[in-house]
Structure formats: structure tokens, C-alpha cells
Ligand binder design. Structure first.
Ligand SMILES: Nc1ncnc2c1ncn2[C@@H]1O[C@H](COP(=O)(O)OP(=O)(O)OP(=O)(O)O)[C@@H](O)[C@H]1O
Ligand SMILES: [Mg+2]
Length: 369
């Protein structure tokens, strides 16, 4: 078990700043996902934790020990590079032994650890098989075994599922998460795929342009995005974002939109220009002339378990997620209502979440600064 703390971590490449003063506490035993678009600094952050890159500012500690400038081998953290490339000329046992032989671990200890890992992954019966010819699921387990046999204090993984096809990726997500639940080794996993992040993470750290925008559990990230960027980045279909017409004062529990008053959770701050955010599953379809906004159904997509309809309203297009029974009809005039408890507001100038009675009641489950 081990806790990783990064404090005001910074990385400059010549005059370009790739990581801008990140501070985070990666709690012992948690599966933490660094999520963000290409170029936001995920790999650079991970490489600094691994010791493959040295920061130009800030510190990294592992269980209280400053490891900022230690070489990779001197910190007990395993970077898992290629999770799925097995050595075809070696058997299962050879593949599992390889990382330990490389480290000069004594023979008896290698034998003990390989047997232990094989038992954890339920592949004892395959130890003397060749890897070529193994079924897909067994190959995955051998590959995972090779990563965990070193028993490091933490695992670092940089888009390890990136090259796999969708079906295999989903399977691997499940295997990885099950394994984590068993071993509880602190894991930092990089991806730009929000589905992967949601499926795997205890905590998600959303980054953009070298900055940490939010760090929380998946529910917190999804329900209370810290800013417009996170609101747009997380969730498919995305959160509806609508411009509010009048300034908002502290304590307001209604906002003005399309000449109507829309109920919102009471705000804890004022803002001159405001954006209202509501997720498609928190919008209800009603009959024409009912509800908070009116409009016409422009587009309907069927997903088997539900529909997603786009309604053109006086305030702009709004996506609605409706269950099967309420099939929206194209071109139909409808009314829309928002589930007030799930409405969030953003300050349009700063693009930050505007605190309200619901957002301040939520305690983020991860610390960052
Ligand atoms: N050695 C380097 N020299 C100069 N610039 C670099 C170097 N390594 C990374 N960068 C730049 O730093 C920024 C962050 O890169 P990084 O690889 O951390 O992004 P990322 O979030 O992992 O992106 P991706 O999703 O594409 O892998 C990018 O703009 C990249 O071009
Ligand atoms: Mg990267």
C-alpha cells in the first residue's frame, strides 16, 4: 500500500509548459485515472511519477519519501508499458519469470512469486503451456500476471488498452478492475477515453492544457463538473448548456430563460452572465405548452434501451434522453421540464461552476490544488 503525493508539479520543455503546477494526493490503494484530450500533459505527468522525466518544479513523494529526482529503478513504482505484448518464443512461465529475472531476483523467490500470481489469476494449469495458441482471455491473464509479478508499490499505465478493438478493451477493463479489487495496488492509469475512465476509476483527474481542472470520483465529475470544459468533455450525449438571459444574484433560485423563469438550486454567488447546465436524462418531455421551455423535435436517435431526441427550443437546442415508452415524434411540438435538483450553473465569464446549495453539499473525494 502506498500513497503518492504531487505538489505544485511543473514541467517546461524549452519555452513550452506541458504541466502547470499540479497538486494531487493519490490515495493508497486507489485506481486513479488521468483523463484529458491529446496534448494535455497526461503522459508527461505519469513519466514524472515514474522517474522517466524530471520536473522543472515541484515535488513527488511516495509514502512520505521524496522521490522527485530518484531514478526509475530507485522508486518502487512499475510503469506498465505493453500490457499485451507477450514473448511468443517463451512459455507462460517464462513470460511471468522474465521481469523478475531482469531484476536479478533469486530463483526460489521467482518460483514462489510466479506460482502466487498464477493462483491469483487462475492460470496455474497453463504455466507449462506455450503462449501461442492460448485463448484470448488466458493471454490477457498472462499479460496481467507479467505486470503484477514484480509486486511494486504502484502501477502506472499509459493508455494500455489503446490499440485493442472495442470488445477486447471492454473485457480488459473488467479484468483490470477485478484484479485491482483483489490486489488494491495504487494505480495511475492514463486515457483520453471517458468510458474507460468511468469503468475503471475510483478517482478521475481531468486535465486540459497542462492543468488539473477537477479531481473527484466518477459521480462527482459527472454530476458537478468544475467548469464548462469538464461539462462538455464528460458524458455522451453531452450536458445541455444554455445561456441565461439575466444576471444571477446570490440566493436566486430561479433564472430567466426564453422569457420564462426556470427553477434552479439556490445560488451561493452572483454572476453577471450565466450558463445553465442540465444532462439529457434530467430533461423531461411534456405536452406542448407545458414545462419550462417549448420547442419542436428536430432529431431522434434510437439506442435500444432509450431514445435521444434533440428539441429546438427558444433557448437553443436541448437534448432529451427518454425511455422507450415515450417515443418522441419528429416535428412534434413539445414542452420540456428540467429536474431542478440536477441543474447546475456556470459563470459565463470565468467558465467555472457557480456554487449552489447542491454543489456545496457535495464533498469531492480527492484532494487537489
Ligand atoms: N520531450 C518533449 N519535448 C517537447 N515537448 C514535449 C515533449 N514531451 C511532450 N511535449 C509536449 O507536451 C505536451 C503534453 O504532452 P503529453 O505527451 O504529456 O500529452 P498527453 O496528454 O499524454 O497526450 P496524448 O493523449 O496525445 O498522449 C504536448 O504538447 C507535447 O507536444
Ligand atoms: Mg500521452
Amino acid at each position: 500500500m502506498s500513497e503518492i503525493r504531487i505538489q505544485n508539479l511543473q514541467k517546461r520543455f524549452a519555452d513550452f509548459t506541458a504541466v502547470r503546477g499540479s497538486s494531487l494526493v493519490l490515495e493508497s490503494g486507489k485506481f486513479v485515472v488521468l483523463l484529458g484530450p491529446s496534448g494535455c500533459g497526461k503522459t508527461t505527468t505519469l513519466r514524472m511519477i515514474a522517474g522517466l522525466e524530471y520536473p522543472t518544479g515541484g515535488t513527488i513523494t511516495l509514502d512520505g519519501q521524496d522521490v522527485t529526482y530518484l531514478r526509475p529503478r530507485e522508486r518502487d513504482i512499475a510503469m506498465v508499458f505493453q500490457l499485451f505484448a507477450l514473448y511468443p518464443h517463451m512459455g507462460v512461465r517464462g513470460n511471468l519469470e522474465f521481469p523478475l529475472r531482469n531484476e536479478g531476483v533469486p530463483r526460489a523467490e521467482i518460483h514462489r512469486r510466479v506460482e502466487e500470481v498464477a493462483a491469483i489469476l487462475r492460470i496455474e494449469h497453463l504455466l507449462d503451456s506455450r503462449v501461442t495458441g492460448l485463448a484470448g482471455g488466458d493471454r490477457q491473464r498472462v499479460a496481467l500476471g507479467r505486470a503484477i509479478v514484480r509486486q511494486p508499490k504502484a502501477f502506472l499505465m499509459d493508455e494500455p488498452l489503446g490499440t485493442l478493438d472495442a470488445e477486447f478493451r471492454e473485457l480488459m477493463c473488467v479484468e483490470l478492475r477485478k484484479l485491482h479489487d483483489r490486489l488494491k495496488t495504487t494505480t495511475v492509469f492514463v486515457t483520453h477515453d471517458q468510458n474507460e475512465a468511468m469503468a475503471l476509476a475510483d478517482h478521475i483527474v481531468v486535465m486540459n492544457q497542462g492543468e488539473i481542472l477537477q479531481a473527484d470520483d466518477p459521480h462527482g465529475i459527472y454530476s458537478f463538473p468544475s467548469c464548462l470544459f469538464v461539462a462538455k468533455f464528460i458524458g455522451r450525449p453531452p450536458m445541455n448548456l444554455l445561456n441565461v438571459e439575466a444576471p444571477v444574484a446570490r440566493g436566486d433560485n430561479q433564472v430567466r430563460m426564453a422569457r420564462r423563469n426556470i427553477a434552479v438550486p439556490a445560488t451561493e454567488a452572483a454572476a453577471a452572465a450565466v450558463v445553465l447546465g442540465v444532462r439529457p436524462e434530467h430533461v423531461r418531455l411534456l405536452g406542448a405548452d407545458q414545462g419550462a421551455l417549448g420547442g419542436r423535435v428536430q432529431h431522434v436517435e434510437y439506442f435500444g434501451s432509450h431514445w435521444v431526441a434533440e428539441v429546438q427550443t427558444e433557448a437553443g437546442p436541448v437534448k432529451v434522453l427518454a425511455d422507450k415508452s415515450a417515443r418522441p415524434v419528429l416535428e412534434e411540438r413539445v414542452g420540456l421540464d428540467f429536474d431542478t435538483r440536477h441543474v447546475v450553473l456556470f459563470d459565463a465569464a470565468t467558465e467555472l461552476l457557480l456554487p449552489s446549495v447542491t454543489t456545496i453539499a457535495h464533498q469531492p473525494s480527492m484532494r487537489h490544488g
